[in-house]
Design a protein around this ligand. Structure first.
Ligand SMILES: [Cu+2]
Length: 466
């Protein structure tokens, strides 16, 4: 940890006591797509699910069913401020808006395909009639561009499910959304906060905006379509019981780790886990196509990290800088032909004597290999100086550091980041977010900030670190 997060605000003035979780959910779901207040559901007194950075899908009651209108379409999504990517999603949102219903509901989904290619919608984990299963050519015809299809079924299960395209490359373009079903009989013990998070990874080459769905190396990692530090922190009051629902539909598994507390896994993609099977953990592996619900009591105040623990999933826009283009850190080299300078292979194969080391796949034994790092060329005072892990003059070693340190507090400031320690955003990158646990008076203060939309200015008592 770069900062100690043990000191907390003091002397803050409590504001607007009594704000309900549902109100907070309304305020916080201010994503790009329209958000409708009627989607906040209080099932059996359960807390409504909050989906930071992601809207919920509104519905209307019609002929005894909850009617949703789901539209598959291309979407522009900024993973970070200024990093806008061309992805695919639903209703203007990627991930798609969350569908939230109650056990026993009749659900009708008017689905429309505005993509340039055919698609279908699969209801992952739901026990639905075969003609509602959403697998093209197996259970239904492909829904061609411009066409519609009506899905309708009764949900008798409860838990964390999701919907997604059943075309593999479309999945990797972002075509997934939460499908949460609240139980008829409320879960015990009850939770006061309930969050839904979708984990995704992306391969976007430099200077591209369209994910390379064929790639198996990923350089952008997102939670609800945002990369840290643009992920909106989860706001919790000290002593509350918290549920976090993780869903993963990608190429990689994500060991999600929570700092400072132990949790139990209370649900999977198959539904509720019996209490007798709960055991303490602080890292849960959320595998591909899986859902995991965790629950914990927020016993300790602080800004606690919640993140995938795969090191390469804790970074933004990783690009291997090993190779001809990487040696200067400034793009195409001068004094070389175009093909040579760009590392284009014209002879041999990628691991050959001639080319292997230049592609960063050598064994350190051949003449062409040169000592480089992913930030090689980042000399003191150079172009990359401000993006390097802070060093001292004494600690400066050629080729190091390997890590990036790119704080952007101002660019990602939201009410939920209010009062975080200066530079905090340098520590939250890739598939990372924060669980901010506030003592009651400070909690009311931050909720007040959220309601007002305030995101700047000091908190009384100073920053939360020393
Ligand atoms: Cu991961």
């Amino acid at each position: 940890m770069f900062f100690s997060r043990r000191n907390f605000l003091q002397g803050v003035i409590g504001l607007a006591a009594g704000l309900k979780a549902a109100d907070a959910a309304v305020k916080r779901n201010t994503g790009e797509a329209p958000y409708d207040k009627n989607t906040v559901i209080q099932a059996g007194g359960a807390a409504a699910v909050e989906t930071p950075d992601m809207p919920k899908l509104p519905y209307e009651l019609k002929d005894g069913a909850k009617l949703f209108r789901l539209i598959a379409e291309p979407v522009k999504r900024d993973f970070l401020p200024g990093k806008v990517f061309d992805v695919w999603g639903y209703n203007g949102s990627m991930p798609g808006p969350a569908i939230e219903v109650n056990q026993g509901d009749r659900v009708r989904i008017h689905f429309e395909n505005r993509l340039p290619e055919a698609t279908t919608v699969h209801w992952h984990g739901l026990e639905v009639p075969i003609n509602m299963d959403g697998v093209p050519a197996i259970s239904q015809p492909l829904v061609m561009p411009g066409e519609s299809y009506v899905y309708e079924f009764t949900v008798h299960q409860h838990g964390t499910f999701f919907y997604h395209s059943h075309m593999a490359m479309q999945e990797m373009m972002g075509m997934i959304g939460l499908f949460i079903i609240h139980p008829k009989e409320p879960y015990t013990p009850p939770v006061q906060k309930d969050f839904g998070l979708i984990l995704q990874e992306w391969a976007v080459l430099p200077n591209n905006t369209i994910p390379n769905t064929l790639s198996m190396e990923f350089n952008w990692l997102t939670i609800n379509g945002k990369a840290g530090p643009a992920t909106t922190p989860l706001i919790v009051k000290l002593g509350e019981r918290v549920r976090i629902r993780f869903v993963n539909l990608g190429m990689d598994h994500h060991p999600m780790h929570l700092h400072g507390q132990q949790f139990v896994v209370t649900g999977t993609e198959g539904g509720r886990v019996p209490e007798a099977a709960w055991y303490p953990q602080n890292t849960v592996l959320v595998g591909v196509a899986q859902a995991r619900n965790i629950e914990f009591e927020a016993k300790y105040a602080g800004d606690w990290m919640l993140h995938c623990h795969l090191p390469h999933h804790m970074m933004n826009q990783m690009v291997s800088m090993v190779g001809p283009m990487g040696h200067t850190g400034m793009g195409l080299q001068t004094g070389m032909g175009m093909e040579e300078g760009m590392g284009i292979i014209r002879q041999g194969h990628a691991l050959s004597e001639e080319l292997g080391p230049g592609l960063g796949r050598g064994m350190g034994l051949t003449a062409q290999e040169r000592p480089v790092s992913n930030l090689v060329g980042a000399e003191k005072g150079g172009a990359h100086e401000g993006h390097m892990t802070p060093q001292t003059e004494k600690g400066r070693v050629p080729g190091f550091p390997q890590d990036m340190w790119i704080p952007m507090d101002e660019e990602v400031a939201r009410p939920e980041t209010y009062g975080l320690a200066p530079g905090w955003s340098g520590a939250v990158t890739g598939m990372m977010t924060l669980v901010r646990v506030f003592p009651p008076s400070e909690y009311e203060k931050i909720v007040g900030m959220i309601r007002e939309g305030r995101k700047k200015g000091p908190l009384e008592g100073g920053p939360r670190h020393h």
